[in-house]
Design a protein around this ligand. Structure first.
Ligand code: ATP
Length: 259
């Protein structure tokens, strides 16, 4: 089996005939910490979902550890933190239950929860500092705390590769630093990380590679570019296209050389 986490070649996605990804070539190797950057609506989330096979390609190919997503069986190797803050759906679930669901891909159909499962869940809850909320309904938590639950769910699965769609969106500075410290530990352990970010903030020191997406194409792939302009200022609010008209992102005007 290939140890290349993701390999997309000429990846294309269209929605209602409108091209959103227009020929993406992206390979992610073990131990890389890749930030997908770009303005609102440039296609970052679509790219992440296409890498995971959640959004089908309309052209090109993509492989997860050497297999097309539909044929990939070792999903425990991938820990996905989606962008949406809503967790638990309409079903009342405790924080612990949501985090424990991150172990499912590691469990066989017949095996009951093992001590290793319980230890991994406890460790994940500690890592995001939510152990004291473990028995609370997840809906009773703030948006930022719910984001930490999603991160803990991914941590609990002890995957080889983490895929995080804006893990720091809507979370306070302390939580951003907590996430950065947690990821730094994972990186030291040789884990692979692909994350979507609008502003790197405290994550910047651990990023090994920046991939800037502009209008569905890779505009830069190499050294993480430095943010510039108004959007780089502290306190800048990232806008989502679902909430408002598309806004310029911090890297919109970035024209640096690929390195
Ligand atoms: N399921 C969908 N159906 C139709 N259009 C979609 C769908 N998902 C995304 N789009 C559109 O595709 C484009 C890219 O969206 P995407 O969410 O991938 O961008 P993004 O770079 O992640 O943006 P943001 O930083 O705001 O999250 C946008 O114009 C968006 O409206």
């Amino acid at each position: 089996m290939s140890e290349t986490a993701f390999a997309m070649t000429d990846g294309r996605v269209s929605f209602d005939g409108k091209p959103v990804l227009r020929g993406i070539d992206l390979t992610v190797c073990p131990g890389e910490v890749v930030a997908l950057l770009g303005a609102n609506g440039s296609g970052k989330s679509t790219l992440v979902r296409a890498l995971l096979g959640l959004t089908p390609l309309s052209g090109g190919t993509t492989l997860v550890y050497g297999s097309p997503p539909g044929k990939f069986r070792d999903w425990w190797r991938i820990g996905y933190v989606p962008q949406r803050l809503h967790v638990g759906g309409g079903v009342p679930a405790t924080v612990r239950e949501v985090v424990a669901s991150g172990r499912i891909a590691r469990q066989s159909r017949l095996r009951r929860t093992s001590p290793a499962d319980r230890a991994a869940v406890a460790h994940a809850l500690e890592a995001v500092r939510l152990a004291d909320r473990a028995n609370d309904p997840v809906q009773s938590l703030s948006g930022g705390q719910q984001q930490r639950v999603l991160i803990a769910r991914a941590l609990a699965g002890e995957p080889d590769t983490y895929v995080m769609d804006e893990p720091t969106a809507g979370v306070d500075a302390g939580t951003q630093q907590l996430l950065a410290d947690t990821l730094a530990g994972l990186v030291l352990d040789g884990k692979t990380v692909v994350l979507v970010a609008h502003e790197l903030g405290p994550l910047e020191p651990i990023i090994t590679r920046g991939v800037v997406i502009r209008e569905g194409r890779v505009a830069h792939d190499g050294r993480p570019p430095r943010p510039e302009g108004d959007c780089a200022r502290p306190g800048h609010e990232h806008q989502h296209p679902h909430a408002a008209a598309p806004a310029a992102g911090p890297l919109t005007g970035w024209q640096g050389d690929a390195s």
